[in-house]
Design a protein around this ligand. Structure first.
Ligand code: NDP
Length: 403
């Protein structure tokens, strides 16, 4: 039915390509393009062997609008899934506008030289996408992505008003490496080393990085130390659900991970300020990325699971109500299915589902720039159960809201 162009051939891009190939009744022609074509070719060979589907590959530097435009003109896709890095969001959106192609990504734009991520840059494209009759869906991975679908679903079916939202994200997996990040190390470390931030009573409260933490009991896993971080979906959620009195994001980190990160930070390896090294300008964090294991290399011996969900408190029919909705995902099962670990899997599957809905569900396809919670959550929730990310829910359980 539709041609899709996927840009980015890392851990997430690989899962998106596998999952689109496994749904070739919707994604009838697939092209995977990235800066290093060899990575696309390797994934294409794996897909052919595992699912019997042939996909095309190409090289593109998506920082350069004209290169992406040329590729789009050559392949003529109906939509583009951007799973390169957040730095490429705006150039790829420009290329989509220039060629009349719908757009979806999994992370909001971040300038390379400032560790600052917010939606303002991409929301500014609203009128241009509307006028062009094109759709852009922003942040359609797991978090951002499914966490907003969960919140929208809770709002639609369980509450009259949402008051307290805690997004809780646990990775209880073991990849056997001393230190590695589960998605792009540069983006991951920039996110964690920033001050934390959460929403309370109409304003953002800023806290020193990793300074607020508590054990949270995750289903099927048990208690894990969890840290308050700023996470990008909070920005759109508090805008789209203005009754929220508080919204926070918690993520688990093991002690060894934090010790490594502290050391790397203390010696200046997480800095994004260029330094001179043997006559060349290098960015310490980019160099660090080059020596750390790539996220797509972690899958093979990864054991354990992830658990990501939303704990919500609010009002229904004048009464207090609590609701918890979550997904647990097993690293080894993901590897068996698509040769990936669960962090890449939980990001790539929702990206494929978002694209599938844009292409097949009339209600989901509308011109403009949208965050996922602005769209009908029901078909997305159904497809999560079908495509490998089944969810669970509990109503009126005691939630540890005060922590
Ligand atoms: P990786 O680093 O594994 O992969 C990134 C890919 O993008 C690589 O193939 C890289 O190519 C390619 N790329 C980088 N720059 C360019 C460019 N200028 N032109 C073309 N291709 C380029 O990252 P992940 O797969 O782990 O993450 C992909 C995206 O998913 C990121 O934006 C990340 O923030 C997001 N993410 C979202 C999550 C969510 O839940 N919403 C969770 C996890 C990740 P090369 O190999 O040549 O470097």
């Amino acid at each position: 039915m539709s041609k899709v162009l996927i840009i980015g051939a890392g851990g997430v891009g690989s899962v998106v390509a596998h999952k689109c190939a496994m749904n070739s009744h919707v994604f009838t022609e697939i092209m995977l393009a990235s800066r290093t074509q060899a990575k696309c070719d390797k994934i294409a060979a794996e897909i052919k062997e595992m699912h019997g589907v042939t996909i095309q590959t190409a090289r593109v530097d998506a920082d350069i609008v004209s290169e992406t435009v040329l590729l789009i003109k050559r392949f003529q896709p109906k939509m583009l899934i951007n799973v390169a890095l957040p730095y490429q969001d705006l150039t790829i959106m420009e290329a989509c506008l220039a060629t009349g192609v719908h757009y979806l990504d999994t992370a909001n734009y971040e300038p390379k030289d400032v560790a600052k991520f917010e939606y303002s840059w991409q929301w500014a494209y609203q009128e241009r996408f509307k006028e062009a009759g094109l759709m852009a869906v922003l942040g359609c991975g797991f978090d951002p992505g499914v966490t907003q679908v969960f919140t929208a679903y809770a709002n639609k079916h369980h509450f009259d008003e949402l008051h307290y939202l805690d997004i809780i994200d646990c990775n209880a997996g073991d990849h056997g490496k001393a230190f590695a990040t589960n998605f792009n190390p540069e983006i991951n470390i920039r996110e964690i080393t920033q001050p934390g931030r959460y929403w309370e009573n109409g304003e953002w409260i800023e806290i020193p990085a990793m300074s607020v933490h508590k054990p949270i009991d995750y289903p099927g896993i048990g208690p894990k130390e969890s840290y308050v971080l700023y996470h990008e979906e909070l920005e759109s959620l508090v805008k789209n659900f203005p009754t929220l009195k508080r919204a926070r994001f918690w993520m688990t980190f093991g002690q060894a991970y934090i010790t490594h990160l502290n050391v790397l930070e203390n010696v200046g390896m997480t800095s994004i300020k260029p330094i001179k090294f043997q006559g060349q300008d290098i960015v310490p964090l980019e160099f660090l990325k080059a020596v750390l294991p790539a996220p797509d290399s972690l899958g093979e011996n990864y054991s354990g699971q992830t658990s990501i969900g939303c704990q919500i408190k609010g009002i229904k029919d004048g009464e207090d109500k609590t609701y918890y909705v979550w997904n647990n995902c097993d690293h080894a099962a993901c590897y068996r299915e698509v040769r990936a670990q669960a962090v890449s899997y939980t990001t790539g599957v929702p990206a494929m589902i978002g694209a599938m809905l844009m292409l097949t569900n009339e209600e989901w396809m509308k011109p403009g720039v949208y965050n996922v919670e602005e769209l009908n959550p029901d078909p997305f929730m159904e497809l999560l159960n079908v495509h490998g990310l089944p969810w669970n829910e509990q109503v009126n359980v005691e939630l540890p809201h005060e922590y």
